[in-house]
Design a binder for this molecule. Sequence first.
Ligand code: GLA
Length: 388
Amino acid sequence: MVVEKQSLIRSFRERFPGSGGVRVVRAPGRVNLIGEHTDYNLGWVCPIAIDLACHIAWSHNEDGVLRLWSANVREMREFPVARLQELEPARHWSDYVAGVARELALLNFSPEPANLFIHSTVPTGAGLSSSAALELSSALALLSTRTVAAPAPPLLEIVKLCRRAENDFVGMPCGIMDQFVSAFAREGAAIAIDCRSLEHTPAPLPAGVKAVAVNSMVKHELGQSAYPQRVAQCREAVSILQRKHPEISSLRDARMEYLSDSGLDGVPLKRARHVVSEDERVAEFIGAASSGDLKRMGELFVASHRSLQHDYEVSCEELDFLVDNAIALPGVWGARMTGGGFGGCTVNLVAEDAVGAFEESISRAYRGRYGLTPQFYACSPADGACEL
Ligand code: GLA
């Protein structure tokens, strides 16, 4: 869904009449193709930015405040610009913006008083990274409010401060994938990211195939506590592995054979097995994509899902249903859950000419089983965050 700059400016002016020049920034959501729960283990991921995005139109004000209007929830919030460093989380949508504003203030990039009109087409709770899109667009908008001549921080620093805002202010111990792809994505290709070195390369997809995200329309509460718990379980696995392999500092460094020679068992073994095998799958997926091997790409999708379902235990009944139904359909190369899990979306590799029939069959089956109509997003790799 493309949001027109001019219509956003018009809406801004209706909400904030009498404002001066208006500028507009956007930052996209994402679908992760493969490499799930590997980013905070410093492994590899392969997401694409999508054309659903958070847009912010802004203009300076004379009131000494950052004034935020969310067109999605129709709510206003205000923060005195002089006191951004003292902001505390309020468990509210505005925390994502406030957390970014606070980080900027702490780094001496304090924004200037402005009215922000926020409109996002990234659905919340769908695992398409609406929060990173809000953080990145906020960072770009807030940095552009500054009238001092000093340059803005480099894009990578902006990515890191957005992640810190989410880790330290919002309280979600996420990895760097979502903020990174929202900033660095380029139209036309997925990006393969090494979450330790932060090197990234384009990973084009073969012609004739579409990545279709299917929103299960559910978000189970359990996900809230399960994510930090998985982060902790991975740390525990690392500390057990370190007894035999002291050179390891994250699961990214572990190899499959270490898992059996280190006395790992039970839950830490399952978690480590997912992460180590998922890193291998990302490397193989990128190779298969570059040689146009759709069959292998699809198999890796399904293997990734099974690993998330049984070893990492972050799937749920609805996601499993969507995957199982999808892979039985003609023209579907593979399917898996995408994002943190416990609801949200699956991502499906579907032959271009089979997309219509795929959507129809999945919709019918899902409605029949759960009484919910899933939403579909055909994901063409989009550009990262920018001013419009
Ligand atoms: C969420 C987090 C990401 C990543 C994924 C799982 O989207 O924000 O950092 O860990 O879950 O791959």
